[in-house]
Design a protein around this ligand. Structure first.
Ligand code: 3PG
Length: 406
């Protein structure tokens, strides 16, 4: 376990600045509820119940993107989960923010505006430089402690993730603690496990899958591949899948970028992974399936692995001692195309194996389809940070916390 200072080391009744990660999908300007809210609610409630004045910082989207919106909706959603009022101020470190911070009573909670609306936030800089920014220098004197719970943003060296830890006594929140322990521990756990170790790899990016296969190849016995990378691996084997059709713009560019590596993997390491043998697609509004062998030319998008593939993958999971998931194998947000992701995750849940499930929004599958979180050792709510952990890359904001620990 990492040598963080944690909330167990933090005295009660303090002025606490807390970085959480409420970055969420936004559809038509509406912030979508997701697992991040209920996870962070636990840290926030604990801090408020311990009579702290709790000030939350978080980001949403990036400048220039449609999901770059205010955090006012986040405050309302989080409030439901915390069960206490979450005040919101449309300011980050200006006069309005300072006034709202100073007016807080013990046990009260305030959310500041989207940190990425501050010019100081985004440039990737060393923690020491961020610590000197106006953002960090202005806010720090109003607090006794900084809690970083934003594991899923810990791969970003931004002012709010790395700067405050140098100016204030710094602690890891509950989410940071658990995520760091399980996700960073995947490789070691996989190497130590004596029986079958399996990893489900899906999502949208073949580059991510290649990076995991290259970094964990020695530790994982079988990779079960789906999602868009599944199609791209099959294209590397010469099948007529893995290309864009219609106005799709998801596959051809990645193919150009990764085809040499994919061809090398299928030529030299084919025994390490399983690939789909059938796919699901939309036909007249319904789910339909087609066997890989029957595809002469790709004319439609494939949105899930088919049931023959599921039937081949599930027994491998059932005989595993440890199973890790990175990414969904289909478009699970649409229930017609959720079978692959849900049935594989269900199989993990009923198997007596060590399990970590994560990658992008994959955690959402559990709440959407009524799966029991207790059937898994850890459900990660991180995307890029989870990938970094799996591939052994540093999470700068977590490293800063460790360096600052007693
Ligand atoms: C995430 O949602 O994975 C994190 O909040 C990081 O967001 P970013 O990729 O926009 O930096």
């Amino acid at each position: 376990m990492a040598a963080f200072n944690t909330l167990d080391d933090l005295a009660d009744g303090q002025r606490v600045l807390v970085r959480v990660d409420l970055n969420s999908p936004v559809e038509d300007g509406v912030v979508q509820d997701n697992h991040r809210f209920d996870r962070y609610a636990e840290t926030v409630r604990e801090l408020a119940d311990r009579d702290n004045k709790v000030v939350l910082m978080a980001h949403q989207g990036r400048p220039g993107r449609d999901d770059f919106v205010s955090l006012d909706q986040h405050a309302e959603i989080l409030e439901e989960y915390v069960g206490k009022e979450i005040q919101f101020v449309e300011d980050i470190y200006g006069d309005d923010a300072i006034a709202a911070i100073e007016a807080l009573e013990a046990g009260e909670i305030l959310l500041l505006e989207n940190t990425r609306m501050a010019d100081d936030e985004l440039p990737e800089k060393a923690p020491e430089e961020h610590a000197e920014s106006d953002f960090v220098q202005t806010l720090s004197p109003y607090f006794d402690a900084f809690v970083n719970d934003a594991y899923s943003a810990a791969h970003r060296a931004h002012a709010s993730t790395v700067g405050f830890a140098l100016e204030l006594p710094a602690y890891a929140g509950r989410v940071m603690e658990a995520e760091y322990e399980y996700n960073t521990g995947v490789a070691e756990r996989a190497r130590e496990t004596e029986g079958q170790v399996t990893m489900v790899l899906g999502g949208n990016k073949s580059e991510d899958v290649i990076s995991v296969v290259n970094n964990l190849g020695d530790a994982i016995d079988t990779f079960l591949i789906g999602g868009l990378p599944g199609e791209l691996f099959l294209r590397a084997e010469g099948y007529p899948v893995g290309m864009d059709v219609g106005d799709m713009d998801l596959l051809d560019d990645q193919w150009e970028e990764t085809k040499d590596t994919l061809e090398d993997l299928v030529a030299n390491r084919r025994d390490e992974f399983e690939l789909p043998t059938d796919f699901a697609y939309e036909d007249d509004g319904e789910r339909a399936e087609i066997a890989l062998e029957d595809i002469e030319e790709k004319t439609t998008g494939y949105l899930d692995i088919g049931h023959d593939t599921i039937d081949a993958y599930v027994p491998i999971i059932e005989e595993s001692e440890a199973v890790f998931v990175k990414g969904a194998v289909g478009v699970f947000e649409d229930d017609r195309f959720a079978d692959g992701t849900v049935e594989l995750i269900e199989a993990i849940g009923r198997t007596d194996c060590f399990s970590v499930v994560g990658g992008g929004d994959t955690a959402r599958t559990l709440s959407m389809y009524g799966l029991d979180e207790d059937d898994y050792d850890h459900i990660s709510i991180a995307g890029g940070a989870y990938l970094n952990a799996l591939t052994g890359q540093e999470l700068e904001a977590a490293e800063v916390l460790i360096e600052q620990a007693d």
